[in-house]
Structure formats: C-alpha cells, structure tokens
Ligand binder design. Structure first.
Ligand code: FES
Length: 157
C-alpha cells in the first residue's frame, strides 16, 4: 500500500517537471521590440536588405563580363559574346573582340603564352586586336569598346 506522504511526493515531482519548462521559458530573455536595436533583416524581413548597395553600376550601354581580379589572374576574360585581353604592347589598354572566327564561326581561344587567338576548327590565328595573323580567315575579329569601372570589366557589345 502506498503511503499518503509518498503519494503527495510523487504528485509534487510530477507538478514540478510539468511546470518547470514553462517557468524557464517565461524567464528567458525576449527579443527587443525597440526599432533602434533591430537588425536590417528584422526590420525589412529579408536578408537582401542587409547587403550593401552595389558598388559598381554598368556604364550606359556596357555590360560586365567579369572582374578585374579574374582578368589579372588569368590574363583574359571570355564569354560567348566577347573575348578580352590587355593590349600586349600597352597593358593599361583593354582590347575586346568578338570571339567567333570570321571564317566559319568557331569560337577562338586566347593563348596567353603566344599572345594570340587560335581557332580550333581550321587553325586561323588572330592578334589581340583581332587582326588576322594566319588564314583561312580573311577578316579581322570585330572589336568592342571596353573599360574598367571599380572592380568590374565592362564591354559595349
Ligand atoms: Fe576558324 Fe575556320 S572557323 S578557321
């Protein structure tokens, strides 16, 4: 038979284990409702608002093709629309060309060691400024204006 005192002890422990988490939650610190202490995410509800504004905006008619860091690291930048190198005769000057070979349209590739573009299809070669060095291509690659603004390289295609 369970004694009356033991039975009350069991109920006391049960009550304590049930109520203790509620008491802890009530005593825990809450987030501030003061707008001055809110983070930007908390104020706007999005993480995007916390990012700093874009440092570089594209000049009128230009679009970015890569970063100055990548250009410095690789010596060239290339997309489907444009290939860009520094002028071998004047590294401060950028030269952007259409990377589609004027022979039959294959994508040329910049060869840093040789400082020229090679076409993998029929071995035409082009200088950094797009001029034909070796056929069968007869026409130079088209060139585009290029500039560096901030940390980005921009080309007007
Ligand atoms: Fe480039 Fe023919 S497509 S040489």
């Amino acid at each position: 038979m369970v004694k009356r005192r033991s039975l009350l002890g069991y109920f006391g422990i049960g009550w304590l284990t049930t109520c203790f988490p509620v008491v802890l939650a009530a005593c825990a610190p809450t987030k501030s409702t003061d707008p001055a202490t809110k983070t930007p995410e908390a104020t706007t509800g999005t993480k995007e608002a916390a990012k700093p504004a874009a440092v570089t905006t594209a000049p009128e008619g230009f679009k970015t093709i890569g970063s100055v860091a990548d250009l410095d690291k690789n010596g060239y930048l290339q997309t489907k629309e444009v290939a860009l190198t520094k002028d071998p005769a004047n590294p401060q000057q950028l030269i952007a060309v259409n990377p589609n070979c004027t022979h039959q349209g294959c994508a040329v590739k910049w060869i840093p060691g040789a400082k020229k573009y090679d076409c993998p299809c029929h071995d035409a070669e082009f200088a950094a400024d797009g001029k034909v060095l070796k056929g069968p291509a007869k026409t130079s690659l088209a060139t585009y204006p290029a500039k560096i603004v901030g940390t980005q390289v921009f080309v007007k295609i």
